[in-house]
Ligand binder design. Sequence first.
Ligand code: AMP
Length: 476
Amino acid sequence: MKMLHGRFSLPDKPVEECGLFGIYGPGLDVARLTYYGLYALQHRGQESAGIAVGDGKTIQLQKDMGLVSEVFNHKKLSAFNGCLAVGHVRYSTTGASLPVNAQPLVFRYARGMLGLGHNGNLTNIAELRSRLASTGSVFQSTTDSEVIVNLIARYSQNSLVEAIMKCMIDIKGGYSLLMLTEKSLIAVRDPHGIRPLCLGRLGEAHVIASESCALDTVGAEAVRDVEPGEIIIINEGGLASRQALSPCRRAHCIFEYIYFARADSRMDGFNVSRVRREMGRQLAREYPVEADLVIAVPDSGTTAARGYSDVSGIPFEEGLMKNRYIGRTFIQPSQNVRDLGVRLKLNPIRDVLAGKRVVMVDDSIVRGTTSGKIVAMLRECGVKEVHFCLSSPPVIRSCYYGIDTSNEDELIAARKPVEEIRRLIDADGLYYLSLDGLLGVFGDRRDYFCTACFSGDYPVEMPRLQDGGKYVLESC
Ligand code: AMP
């Protein structure tokens, strides 16, 4: 965080794409189960990983920069002792990639210890941080999460649940939270349900995770989604639920279904894989193309590509091979590393592609950089025609609720019409799924989603922007 003329400037864009896993399970190896749960959520964050364990008297914490498998080993996991745990993985973007921002955060306050893992972004963070700082709060990190903990501590004359409820009245934006005290596990979801969170059962134990794929991994049975505006408290008294804020317009993040979530997850009543396949089918209905093959940009485009193939009858083939050992964040921001990065990550299968007219399906174009390079690689292999189909509408607005879709000035579709993008990436055709077609996939629940990145219809107030479009905090 750097000082700018007596003001604090935050990173240029939201940086809180994360995964959460929590368990209340006396008698179980909660740390190891959390480790496995985080492993299943690794796609949600590869910058840092952390686990906090409560044993009834205290909270132990281990966290560091790196993948789950790099941060933890058998020895570290065996050092944990307790009956409840919260784990967190954090996504890397160009924002504040600092050890101090790794989570969970663990604090001591008037009522004992409190740990927090957070997925999402608050939109009124500047105002809240100013308010807290002007009355004496100090901050160690640039995360929204620290503001949440500060607010809860401020309200500590109330019970913890009441303090959380008061905090929920103050904070705006998209958030799923997992908290722990020495004795209790607490889950919270924002009143629009923007970020996902679900509840499962493992024998007598309760499990909460960002995605149901993490429940499956630890052998837990999915019970339900955490409701928008709900607080769930689990401790030796069992599970209690409180509808803290009255549910308002549902606005589940549609980009979770398009790109971010794992295809085997089920969120808010929809299986991600089925949704993606249907998006691909709809794409084929909207844009029938004459071609020899349907290929995908793996893995994000694979399921939709199969859907396109279902409806068009054009055979699906594996045309691009992905190096499985390269994570989502491997391609670094600098241009020369990015040039190499795409080739390290994806390699076209020349024998499948040469001389063919190809429909290539991906989930989205954000900046347009990767997409142009993939088309160029296909041309080098002798592909005759590249028809590039996207299973999402053009991304034209920034996300302020926790998906890293870049600043608006970096979003290619915010600046250029489709025909110009097509020319820039050198495709023979460029086809985006319509917003209506996308929402149609969700049937009578088509109004339950946040589509702000495609439509500019923001369900929650946006952060206050200062000159130059940066988030700026008033001087504290
Ligand atoms: P580009 O052509 O540079 O915009 O890159 C498009 C690729 O980025 C697609 O394959 C998407 O799957 C992927 N993508 C979409 N959203 C994100 C995101 N929030 N973070 C990283 N990659 C993304």
